[in-house]
Each structure stands twice: as C-alpha cells, then as structure tokens.
Design a protein around this ligand. Sequence first.
Ligand SMILES: Nc1ncnc2c1ncn2[C@@H]1O[C@H](COP(=O)(O)OP(=O)(O)OC[C@H]2O[C@@H]([n+]3cccc(C(=O)O)c3)[C@H](O)[C@@H]2O)[C@@H](O)[C@H]1O
Ligand SMILES: Nc1ncnc2c1ncn2[C@@H]1O[C@H](COP(=O)(O)OP(=O)(O)OP(=O)(O)O)[C@@H](O)[C@H]1O
Ligand SMILES: NC(=O)CC[C@H](N)C(=O)O
Length: 543
Amino acid sequence: MKIALAQLNTIVGDFAGNQAQVLDAYRKSVAAGAKLVLTPELVITGYPPRDLVHRSRFVPGNIETLHTIAAEVGEVPIIVGFVDINKDAGKHFHNAAAVLQHGKVAHIVHKSLLPTYDVFDEDRYFEPARIIAPVTVDGQRLGITICEDIWTDEYLPRPLYDVSPPEMLGEQGIDLLVNISASPYALGKPRIRERMLGALAQELKVPIVYCNAVGGNDQLVFDGNSLVIGANGDVLARLKAFETDLQVVELGKSTAATQAVETCDAEELYRALVLGTRDYVRKCGFKSCVLGLSGGIDSALVAVIAADALGSENVLGISLPTEFSSQGSKDDARDLAKHLGIRYDTVAIQPVFESVKGQMRDIFAGKPEDVTEENMQSRIRGLVLMSLSNKFGHLLLTTGNKSEMAVGYCTIYGDMCGGLSVISDLPKTRVYEVSRWINREREIIPWPTIEKPPSAELRPDQKDQDTLPEYDILDGILELFVEQGKSVGEIVTAGYNEEVVRWVLRRVELNEWKRHQAAPGLKVTSKAFGMGRRMPIVQKFRE
Ligand SMILES: Nc1ncnc2c1ncn2[C@@H]1O[C@H](COP(=O)(O)OP(=O)(O)OC[C@H]2O[C@@H]([n+]3cccc(C(=O)O)c3)[C@H](O)[C@@H]2O)[C@@H](O)[C@H]1O
Ligand SMILES: Nc1ncnc2c1ncn2[C@@H]1O[C@H](COP(=O)(O)OP(=O)(O)OP(=O)(O)O)[C@@H](O)[C@H]1O
Ligand SMILES: NC(=O)CC[C@H](N)C(=O)O
C-alpha cells in the first residue's frame, strides 16, 4: 500500500492558505499513486490555535474548510486534523482527525490524551475521545491516533494508564497505526521519537505512519522528521528535518530500513533557530530585520541566523559604540557584517549618552555613577534600534541568551527591546558551541568574537564574570534547576558549590518579572522560559 505523508507548514488561523496546502499535497500524492494521504494534527487551524477556538467564527470556519476540502477528495482517502464540536457534556471541542473520501467526511476520530503540561494546554479546550476504536478504510483497519496518544510514559512524566490508546487499538486488531502530530522541537527529540515509535511498532507488531508538522509558530518550532516504521521497528522512511516535505512510501515487506543522517547538536539547534526565525518574521508579515552588532558573540550568532533565515540583503546590523566600546569589538562587528554580506551602519551614541547624563546631573547630584548609567547606554541603543524598526519596517531581533535571561543580566527596555528573542533558549555555552560549528570550514564569526572574554562593555574593563559565575558552572546549575527541576540539595550533590547554587536560583526567581516582559523566544530545549514555564512573579517560596 502506498501512503503519502504531507509534512506541511501551516499558519494558525489561515484556513484558506492551509486548505490550499492540503489540496496541493493531496493532488500530488494521488498523482504519485498514493492510496492514503496523511497531514499533520490540526492542519486546518494550525497548531496551537489556543484561545482562538473561543472566537465565535473560528471553529465553524474550520468545519466549513473541512467540508470544502472533502468536496475535492475522490477515491483516495486523506486524513485531516481539525477542531470538532463536542455536542455532549464537557469541554466544547475535540481535537479531531477526519477521514475524507468520495467528497464526504467518512469517519471522525477524537484525540484521547490531551497534553496539558509544559507548552501544551489542550485540556483547557478539548474533551478527550469517548471511543477508542479502529476505523476501516478501503478494507484496511486503521488505528488513527493524534500526537500525544502515542507518547508513552517512558518519555513523559505523567501518570500511567493501564492501557494506552495504541494498545487499546492493537487489542482490537489493526493493520496500521497512524499518528498525525504537531510535535514541537527540543534538542534530541527527533531521536526520542524514533526510539519510541520503533518500540511501539515492535510491541504492537504493526507498521506505524507518523506525520508531523513543520515550521515555526510563535515560540514553537515544529521539526518535521515524519517517519514510517515497519512492524519490526525498522525506520522505513524519514521525511526532511526542518523543511516541508511530501513523500509517498510503499508499505511492504521489501522496503529496506533507512539510515538516519547524523547531525550534531549544534547543527540541529542552528537549523531549528533558522526555521523559527524565518517563520516568525515572515508569518508576522515582515521581510527584514535589524539588530545591534556589538562585536560580541550573542549578536554575532543572531546575525548569522537572521542572514540565513531571511537572506543577507534583508538584515541590517548597526554598531552603536560608546566610550567603553573597544576598537577590537568595533572591528569584529564590521568584519562579521562583511563576512555575511549584510547591510551595516554606525550610529555613535556617545553624544546622546552625555546629553542624557548632562540633563540629569542636577537630579542625580550626590549620587555616584552606577548600574543606572550602564543601563542608560543599553536603553539608548534600544531607542535607536526601535527607531530604525519604525522608519524602515524592520523587525528588531533581540539577542539575549538563556543564561543571562535566567539571571536577569540584561536591561529591561534596553537590550531586551525587540520583537523576537532568537537565542533566549540557548545557554551561553551552547552559543559558543553553535558559533564554533558555524566557523567549521571558514571564519564567518570573527575568531576574536569567540575567543575573547564576554563583556557587556558598559563600564571600563567590565567582564560578565565580574557579576556571574563561569558560564559552564552557571549553565550546569541552570540545566539542573530549569530543565530538570532539581532542588538546591540535589544540585549541590551533583557537585556545585551551595553558595553559588543559592545565588543562581535566587537570581532566577527574582527575575521572573523581567522575563514576563521579554519578547517571545524560540524554544529549543526541553524547558524554555515563556509559555511552558508559568511561575508567579510575586511569591515567597524558598528552599
Ligand atoms: N519585581 C519587579 N517588578 C517590576 N520591576 C522590578 C521588579 N524588581 C525590580 N524591578 C525594576 O527593575 C529595575 C532593574 O532592572 P534593570 O533596569 O534591567 O537593571 P538591573 O537588572 O539592575 O541591571 C542590568 C544588569 O545587566 C547588565 N547588562 C545590561 C545589558 C546587557 C548585558 C549583557 O551582557 O548582555 C548586561 C548590566 O551591566 C547590569 O548589571 C529596577 O530599577 C526596578 O525598577
Ligand atoms: N556597541 C554596540 N553596538 C551595537 N549594539 C550593541 C552594542 N553593545 C551592545 N549592543 C546590543 O546589545 C546586546 C547586548 O549586548 P552586550 O554587549 O551588553 O551583551 P552580550 O550579551 O555580551 O551580547 P554580545 O555577545 O552580542 O555582546 C548586543 O547583543 C547588541 O545587540
Ligand atoms: N500535540 C501534541 O499532542 C504534542 C505532545 C507530544 N508529547 C509531543 O511533544 O510530541
């Protein structure tokens, strides 16, 4: 049996655009001889639609779109994700999959397991399936599942179910397990999915066809990597990572296992960030972006990602030096722009800085210069960069990394200005790793940018490590605390100094308010700040 997997990049709420993508993929699949076509979870609405489902015309509009697509479907069935209305007690909607065939909706299946943790909030909107049963399509018994339905407890911290949806379907007898997904990227997740689906196919002794979404939607980046798994657990086909793709795969005994393309962490992270940046900027209706180039590593990495995502002609890098900017940093910023072929300009902000300090001299009388004046420089940069955004319609990219966002080593309304926080889920040690990977064949990021000690250059001889622990220590503690949810005691037992651990955790807690005001950032780890980590700002819990 030939099955088509349409790994599509939808836009949330763009029913007409999403419908066009589905129908285009359907026609190509039929022309290629497919006997069944799969599309991702909630392909009609885009994922996640969030509170849009409560807009009165949203769910009816998605159902009208479903019927418009169905009218175009002939003999070859297609499985399409949509939001169904729940006519019984409970939440108003179901996260659903429809089998469309012969111009009609032939079957509807509802999602059973509704992820409500981290970035997922499905229990807020959807009622779980009441019936879990195979559907017969062209004589084949299909077990149709939706994303979370196939996730097993080995990979998820949630209570054990006696029998999982795939097991329930398996017990009733199926020829094929189908899963339509919108599974967002985190480092290492593509490999986790492969292992999980391989084990599930072996357990159920049926092939699995897994069709994932691709593309960025706000904080989330869907990585694609759709899979066809044989009943023996072998991977029979892999769709592209971080790109739209359409493959027609023959499910049969003769199909050989395929080898995974080896990618290192740095490459995987880089590709996720490029896709997330491109989709955020373009789906918001922008063509170009602007960012401040300090000669430091964070802005350098963001500039490389932006140039790759949008084309170098659509990136404007601005040097904004003050008296504290070293010649080396200014040279590095200029060299980076030259290597990337992006547009580059300089706005000297020293006169503005002096003017503001001059105007405030009387009010500040008797007060020594301190962090106030450091932040003033950062805020003047924010003013200039947002002015360029306003005048030319460039989206401002902000450049803070996860380590500094965690401990608040950044200026609110200063370097935190911007529409998208490109690397806010990338710890500083990963910023170095990805930057070195970028330079693997030739110097793109000037080597001094990578090799010099990090500095905000907001006062004479300032270094990040005057204020912060060494980055490998800071990032080690942050990973245990933020990503793995460990306690002070557990982090100390893992080998970190208690005083440093307490300082870091306190800074993370104290800076919750700052992150609440930060631009949305692209999630690339298992736990990012933002929609998937909801902490109170005002709180007195102390370990
Ligand atoms: N709970 C709360 N809710 C609302 N507001 C709260 C607050 N707690 C403090 N605040 C406010 O926050 C203000 C302090 O925050 P903010 O003005 O940001 O300043 P602050 O966090 O004190 O200082 C920023 C630090 O980041 C460093 N920096 C700046 C720029 C770039 C980089 C870099 O390396 O990338 C580093 C800079 O050298 C300095 O050490 C206070 O004046 C207070 O008004
Ligand atoms: N001299 C400058 N010219 C242009 N932009 C600057 C300058 N200094 C800082 N910025 C902007 O503010 C951001 C924060 O910079 P800062 O140097 O204070 O810290 P950082 O986190 O070490 O970043 P980077 O590694 O890019 O220097 C920079 O990434 C850059 O976008
Ligand atoms: N859309 C979903 O159900 C996603 C949940 C799932 N565990 C994933 O991340 O792949």
